[in-house]
Ligand binder design. Structure first.
Ligand code: G6P
Length: 610
């Protein structure tokens, strides 16, 4: 989604800003812009729709310079994709603003500002920030005070950075609902919406908290909390390893990330599990004590992370004997729900910044959940900071918008959680041993599974000209079918629906014909025979099937049913294993269709607005 980069330095910051924007491209955007202040008071702005490279070319052509600057990638919410709507927005050539989030009361603010004589040149909500700050500056306030006063009038979400042409030595930033991180340099300081943007210039970060306003100069950073009190925030040394330009020889980040899964899952398990089970405190200090009291689990997430939660529900109820509900964050946060006694709230998120998930966590605290745990991939993210317990999935930076390795590490985390909660709830020795042994075998099984790529490439050829598809699974493979359908939709733009195969005859059978490929995930488990009956129902109606099946499942392929062998694995890890061929299928279909695999149209990596 939208990205922000800002810098206050002695040197020209143009390259830093553009490199930062390039590093945020993966989050999804449709236009980009930069504004620069020179010490002589010149304010320059360049904006372009399309890719950051087009902006970079325009900046190079204009030989733009500046030692204080702000830059932005915009993902349209209010107002179409036009240069006039791209950020930075100005107020009377004096104030420049970039903004992530939505100012929900912008219609009222706009009316009031128009009455005061301000002219609007865009359809965005952001322009109201520029004019409101300008109005405060006109009253003679310094920029910091002006921003502190202005934010009091905003409802909604913002991560915003503001420059005043009459004071090129600083930027002022404000955070409420949309993340901002300050990067500390030597004789220069930075601001961004994501630490990734600043990794070439610093590894020292301060994550702003809700309601913070900060003033950033070359030599100094002053932070004030929501009540205006000066506060110190912790400085965190980032250990993220990521070179945004490095696809390690793969054609796309997504393919690289698919192939990284054996390694990152190995990392996720490292030092956390041995042959006897979990090593202590895997879920954070005090987790053991909390887990002893947990009687119910409520999982909240969005997108792919939601599918990890759906899978976890099968495991927690089957193996750990603990009741579990799973809900999409945007639903949970806006409905009245009943809190079970001694409930643990679990959020799952790759980014740790998804607006709905974060809002759900905050609501859960008000509702009286006993404790909160987040399963997350980004250290220092909002969900990690605001949850009682945090489990880091260690998947490394995930750049492809369609989540792959983050998902499989989330699933590995949930199997470990199943062991931890199962220990307190009478999990059988047999189940416990089976999960431990399955987890130990997991990285090698993932490697083996990736080796079946060839067959999937052929299959993708048959698939690519279809407009619709149906994914079927049963039990803990039903969420995997949902995830397979989501991957195909996201990157190949083919309509894909997932069904629990027992539901086939309650509707989707009506859709079956030879133009509607049906993908079936079929490990050799206790539901296999039932699944085979469902397959026959499709076959009898002339459907074309692609069955990903355990070698021992004995599916006989023919002209209407292509069978793709998946290595045999233990039941507990089958959902993780069967995810991989479905990821590869959607990747190869997208390649054939020629879509933008890493940055699919209209989608964003980190959804920081509702
Ligand atoms: C976006 C991304 C998805 C992701 C979802 C939830 O829609 O495109 O890949 O699954 O957000 O994100 P989170 O960071 O909370 O896992």
């Amino acid at each position: 989604m939208c990205g922000i980069v800002g810098a206050v330095a002695e040197r020209n910051v143009v390259e830093i800003l553009l490199e930062g924007l390039k590093r945020l491209e993966y989050r999804g955007y449709d236009s980009a812009g930069v504004a620069l202040l020179q010490n002589d008071g010149t304010l320059t702005r360049i904006r372009r729709t399309g890719k950051v490279q087009e902006l970079a070319d325009a900046v190079a052509e204009g030989a733009a310079l500046g030692s204080t600057g702000i830059a932005h990638t915009r993902w349209a919410t209010h107002g179409g994709v036009t240069e006039a709507n791209a950020h930075p927005h100005f107020s009377t050539e004096r104030v420049a603003v970039v903004h992530n989030g939505i100012i929900e009361n912008y219609v009222n603010l706009k009316a009031q500002l128009k009455e005061k004589g301000y002219t609007f040149t865009s359809d965005t909500d952001t322009e109201t920030i520029a004019h409101t700050v300008h109005e405060e500056l006109k009253a003679g306030k310094p920029l910091l005070d002006a921003v502190q006063s202005a934010v009091k009038t905003f409802h909604g979400a913002y991560g915003t950075v503001i420059m005043d042409k009459e004071d090129p030595s600083r930027v002022v930033v404000a955070r409420s609902g949309s993340p901002l991180v300050i990067g500390l340099g030597l004789g220069e300081n930075f601001i961004a919406s994501d630490q990734m943007a600043l990794l070439p210039v610093t590894r020292r970060f301060i994550f702003l908290e809700e309601g913070d306003v900060a003033e950033i100069t070359r030599r100094d950073v002053k932070i004030f909390d929501k009540d205006g009190n000066a506060v110190e925030r912790e400085i965190i040394e980032s250990n993220i390893e990521h070179d945004a330009g490095d696809k390690a020889g793969y054609r796309h980040y997504m393919l690289k990330e698919i192939h990284e899964q054996p390694t990152v899952v190995r990392n996720a398990l490292k030092d956390r599990i041995d042959e006897n089970g979990l090593t202590v405190d895997v879920f954070g200090q005090g987790a053991d004590e909390i887990f002893k009291k947990v009687q119910h689990v409520q999982i909240i997430a969005c997108g792919t992370s939601y599918h990890a939660g759906m899978t976890a529900r099968y495991w927690l109820e089957q193996y750990a004997n603990i009741s579990c509900n799973v809900e999409i964050a945007s639903e949970f946060r806006y409905r009245k729900s009943v809190v079970h006694p001694n409930s643990l709230l679990i959020t799952i998120s790759q980014s740790g910044e998804t607006a709905d998930t974060l809002a759900a966590l905050r609501l859960a605290k008000e509702l009286g959940y006993m404790s909160s745990l987040t399963i997350c991939n980004v250290q220092g993210s909002s969900l990690v900071r605001e949850s009682d317990l945090a489990f880091m999935t260690r998947a490394g930076a995930e750049i492809g918008v369609a989540s792959t390795k983050a998902f499989t590490t989330q699933l590995a985390a949930f199997l470990m959680l199943t062991l931890a909660l199962g220990k307190e709830n009478g999990m059988t020795e047999t189940d416990s041993k089976a999960i431990i042994s399955a987890l130990h075998s997991l990285p090698a099984k993932l490697e083996e599974t990736l080796a079946i790529t060839g067959g999937i490439e052929d299959l993708a050829e048959e698939f690519a000209d279809k407009n619709h598809s149906l994914f079927l699974g049963r039990g803990d493979q039903y969420p995997i079918a949902m995830e397979g359908a989501l991957k195909l939709k996201e990157i190949s733009y083919i309509h894909a629906e997932a069904y629990a195969s027992g539901e086939l005859k309650h509707g989707p059978l009506a859709l079956i014909d030879d133009e509607m490929p049906v993908i079936v995930v079929a490990p050799n488990n206790e539901l296999l025979e039932k699944l085979k009956s469902n397959v026959e129902e499709v076959r009898a109606r002339g459907g074309i099937m692609y069955v990903f099946a355990d070698k021992d499942a004995a599916f006989a392929g023919d002209e209407t049913m292509r069978v793709i062998d998946v290595p045999h694995c233990e039941a507990a890890i089958a959902p993780i294993i069967y995810t991989l061929p479905l990821q590869l299928l959607s990747y190869y279909v997208a390649l054939i269709k020629g879509t933008d695999v890493d940055q699919p149209r209209n989608l964003a990596k980190s959804v920081t607005v509702e």
